[in-house]
Design a protein around this ligand. Structure first.
Ligand SMILES: [Zn+2]
Length: 228
């Protein structure tokens, strides 16, 4: 019996919830949760159907990608997840999806500006595009690590998909939903070819300051990963 069954259970439940809502398909994408007391993370296995997944299928890795627990092959994007946890002390959960609307913006290289208060409050000042690098490579991990220091919680991966963070998995999954709503609204707006209205800059800064305040609490350990 693993000491981390609760965290692994959360990974499975969140993955299945995101499949139900259409943000993850069959085996695409991957997600993880930080295990703070072990300097490790629990991540979905590679190429394994979310509907079949149980907590025993979830892999536990340290940040050097050594397998601590789990018989299955860990996600091919495990290095990316480790890179995020090492770089961002305020992030305790990472969700990578191929969600359709954000992925469409990834094809036209269109970052999402500050359109809604809720967007900035939870995703950051804007949703930037991280330049293309092939899946499962150190190039992709390095590109991501380089871009995430601005403390945004959602990014679009050029010609690939999306990446969302949270102080726990529930928040990261909710950020996936906010991102998709914003991506769809932005795409539709681009189609109208009308002038796009953004939220006023001072409001953007107030909303982002609230996000940073929460993140600093996580960095100080005042808000932990879910269930801790
Ligand atoms: Zn992917």
């Amino acid at each position: 019996m693993s000491n981390y069954t609760r965290e692994k259970q959360q990974v499975v439940e969140t993955a299945q919830h995101l499949v139900e809502r259409g943000y993850l398909m069959a085996t695409g994408g991957n997600l993880s949760i930080r295990i703070a007391r072990r300097n490790a993370f629990a991540v979905t296995p590679s190429n394994y159907d979310y509907d079949q997944m149980t907590p025993d299928d979830v892999c536990l890795l340290d940040f050097d990608l050594n397998v601590i627990e789990g018989a299955r092959k860990p996600s091919v994007e495990s290095a990316l997840h480790a890179g995020v946890y090492v770089t961002r002390a305020d992030v305790n959960a990472v969700v990578h999806t191929h969600q359709v609307y954000a992925s469409t913006l990834a094809l036209i290289n269109a970052p999402i500006p500050a359109l809604f208060d809720e967007q900035v409050r939870f995703l950051g000042r804007s949703v930037e595009i991280i330049p293309y690098a092939p899946s499962g490579t150190g190039f992709l991990k390095n590109a991501i690590v380089k871009h995430i220091k601005n403390h945004n919680n959602a990014y679009i991966l050029q010609n690939h998909g999306a990446l969302c963070f949270g102080h726990d998995l529930e928040r990261a999954a909710h950020n996936v939903e906010i991102l998709e709503k914003c991506a769809l609204a932005y795409l539709l707006t681009l189609c109208t070819e009308r002038k796009i209205s953004k939220i006023p800059l001072p409001i953007r800064e107030i909303a982002f300051a609230k996000l940073r305040k929460d993140q600093k609490k996580v960095e100080r350990g005042e808000i932990g990963a879910s269930g801790e």
